[in-house]
Design a protein around this ligand. Structure first.
Ligand code: NAD
Ligand code: UDP
Length: 313
């Protein structure tokens, strides 16, 4: 059945892949973005599609559209971007979520929140199941994002319990792939761009900290499956690839796959940088019948091919 679907943050990395996938499935897509970290380049190929509509809009302001579903992705995601204007980051998470939940309530739309593994902070439970409440510093440099997203989850649950809004909460773990911003500061794009430009790879701290990297196509598949679950299933559900790597291991893989002969240099570890992160994904496997398909090596190859084109190397 053809649905009218709103994607907030639709001109960003994940949002643009989602818009493309939903259009390919025959839906009508309204993409809303204020272009803070997103880019028209990401969606320019969709503009000729009569079922794609683009609105320049900031989600901290109310929005009036008639839709069946809302994928709420609007928020900067990289630490460099979300720390650039912390107050705006909190407003985007909190006021933006209230506006989109108000819209969902009014038009009786299903709404999915792109939450994050950052709600677990610097986790003391490893790997992280959904039941873990996390370890977040409420006054640290990451708090504007972590606490903003935690508050957004609270808002989603409150609108669900108090107003019976049909919600889904997805906790996304580090996701990478084509259309990541080349200088958004995240580790995968940083390493690939540095290697392709013949620059040294910058490891923060000793590089023993871990992350679990999910390729974008796996993420989008899970997002759509989650939206399509029964009303009773609301999450939160972890979505990520559970293969865990240290940052040193990631750097070595990027060097090998790009064939770069540059060095690794160590830089200062940012405050509150989580020392380990790996999702427990048994809930996603059971509820969504979903398992990530793309290995880190395969995903890196695709992402390297993309950045070669962007950088013209
Ligand atoms: P991104 O920065 O590429 O995309 C975010 C988009 O939101 C951008 O297009 C940006 O312009 C837009 N935006 C930001 N503030 C806005 C506002 N006030 N009004 C309207 N639009 C606004 O990041 P992404 O990686 O695509 O992340 C998308 C979502 O997924 C975010 O909510 C992020 O928190 C979440 N997430 C992503 C990851 C990841 O690894 N990629 C991990 C966890 C959570
Ligand atoms: N990192 C790094 N070098 C970089 C960028 C990031 O060593 O050039 C590290 C960062 O300190 C963190 C990990 O890589 O430990 C992942 O960082 P990213 O910003 O991608 O995402 P995070 O999971 O911290 O939000």
């Amino acid at each position: 059945m053809k649905k009218r679907i709103l994607v907030t943050g639709g001109a960003g990395f994940l949002g643009s892949h989602l818009c493309e996938r939903l259009l390919n499935e025959g839906h009508e897509v309204i993409c809303v973005d204020n272009y803070f970290t997103g880019n028209k380049e990401n969606i320019v190929h969709l503009l000729a599609n009569p079922y794609f509509e683009l609105i320049r809009h900031d989600v901290t302001m109310p929005l009036y559209v008639e839709v069946d579903e809302i994928y709420h992705l609007a928020s900067p995601a990289s630490p460099t971007h979300y720390q650039y204007n912390p107050i705006k980051t909190i407003k985007t998470s909190v006021i933006g979520s209230m506006n989109m939940l108000g819209l969902a309530k009014r038009v009786k739309a299903k709404i999915l929140q792109a939450s994050t593994s950052e709600v677990y902070g610097d986790p003391q439970v490893h790997p992280q199941p959904e039941l873990y409440w996390g370890n977040v510093n409420p006054i640290g440099p990451r708090a504007c994002y972590d606490e903003g997203k935690r508050c957004a989850e609270t808002l989603f649950m409150s609108y669900h319990k108090q107003n019976d809004v049909h919600i889904k909460i997805m906790r996304i773990f580090n996701t990478y792939g084509p259309r990541m911003h080349q200088d958004d500061g995240r580790v995968v794009s940083n390493f690939i761009v540095q290697a392709l430009k013949g620059e040294d790879l910058t490891i923060y701290g000793d590089g023993s900290q871990t992350r679990s990297f999910c390729y974008v196509d796996d993420n989008i598949e899970a997002m759509i499956r989650l939206m399509d679950t029964d009303k009773a299933f609301i999450g939160p559900v972890n979505i990520g690839n559970d293969a865990e790597f240290s940052i040193v291991e990631l750097a070595e893989k990027v060097l090998k796959l790009t064939g770069a002969s540059t060095k690794i240099v160590k830089k200062r570890l940012p405050q509150d940088d989580p020392s380990q992160r790996q999702p427990v994904i048994t809930l996603a496997q059971k509820a969504l019948d979903w398992t990530p398909q793309v290995s880190l090596e395969e995903g890196l190859r695709k992402t390297i091919a993309y950045f070669k084109k962007v950088l013209n190397v």
